[in-house]
Ligand binder design. Structure first.
Ligand code: PMP
Length: 311
């Protein structure tokens, strides 16, 4: 689980490593949800720790900032932010960890981020991650989780700008997830204006149906790095993934449904809206992709070394 860091825990903030308790924001910092961030995982590997697809996460952070028009100061380039993420692990003695780089505007109460009053802050923190799964116990990895279709409709593609991993984009997902949890489900599945499946509050969605694997197209979902990883791993096995819109009842009758994400890794879905999916337990395609993903993130057996950055 994510545990409270030790008293000597450090965070990188605006160019320097500072003690955890000093890594604070000011009350006037721009609080309109304009910010971008990343969620990155490090894993214990033989002889230390490695970050999975570090450069890809950093590249997405810069794309997000470009979309939202947050000018990341030139002195904090990609290479520097990659190094900082490795260093924050080393300094805190972390191996299995969640790394959170984020970029936000500093103070003044005005709404427009174009004003010269707004400075840009960049921070990187890392926390230990020892939970067997993002959904709590090991059961969600083997048995799967339950989802509920959200009553909240996905923002229009021209509003959510889903290629940006931007703070404000999470409002819909948070409302949907809380609603799902209040109804006894583990997470929400969010539908677009036309009723098609997009993603969950923090993961991409896949369905296995009659021997084919499907996932919604990128037009309205985050360009998940795990999504891309799983598509590549499946293709290597001769299982091409078809990217097309999916109606929610296509998920109800799928043989398998699973989620992908840095936090959820590959998580089976056993139930959606009270209907059991397939056998009601993890299916064989999900299990195979889960195993392949686990091996790749830990550099365990067959893996692509270019996806791992040693800390
Ligand atoms: N969709 C949303 C809304 C997310 O927050 C995430 C997690 N970053 C994902 C999909 C999965 O993306 P990734 O595989 O890059 O973690």
């Amino acid at each position: 689980m994510i545990v409270e860091p030790r008293a000597d825990h450090v965070v990188w903030l605006d160019g320097a490593f500072v003690p955890w308790r000093e890594a604070t924001m000011h009350v006037t910092d721009h609080h309109y949800g304009v910010g971008v961030f990343e969620g990155v995982r490090a894993y214990a590997v033989e002889g230390g720790a490695a970050v999975f697809r570090l450069q890809d996460h950093t590249a997405r952070l810069f794309r997000s900032a470009h979309i939202i028009r947050i000018p990341i100061p030139e002195k904090y380039g990609r290479d520097l932010l990659n190094d900082v993420q490795l260093e924050v692990l080393r300094l805190n003695g972390l191996t299995n960890a969640y790394i959170r780089p984020f970029v936000f505007f500093g103070g003044m109460l005005g709404i427009s981020p174009g004003t010269q009053d707004l400075s840009v802050h960049v921070a990187v923190m890392a926390l230990e991650w020892n939970r067997p799964s993002a959904y709590g116990g090991a059961g969600s990895i083997s048995t799967g989780i339950s989802l509920k279709s959200a009553s909240f409709v996905r923002n229009h593609a021209g509003s959510i700008l889903s290629k940006a991993k931007a703070n404000a984009n999470y409002m819909g997902g948070i409302l949907a997830r809380e609603e799902a949890r209040a109804c006894g489900a583990d997470d929400a599945i969010i539908l677009d204006h036309d009723g098609f499946v997009t993603e969950t509050s923090g993961a991409n969605v896949f369905a296995v149906s009659r021997g084919r694997i499907y996932t919604p197209p990128l037009e309205s979902v985050l360009e998940g790095i795990t999504r891309e990883t799983v598509i590549a791993l499946a293709a290597e096995r001769g299982w091409p993934v078809v990217e097309r819109r999916l109606a929610r009842d296509e998920l109800y009758v799928a043989d398998e449904v699973f989620l992908t994400g840095t936090a959820v890794e590959v998580t089976p879905v056993r139930e959606i809206d009270g209907r059991s999916i397939g056998s009601g337990a993890r299916g064989p395609v999900t299990e195979k992709l889960q195993r392949l993903y686990a091996a790749h993130v830990r550099g365990d057996g067959e893996h692509r070394s270019e996806w791992l950055s040693r800390a």
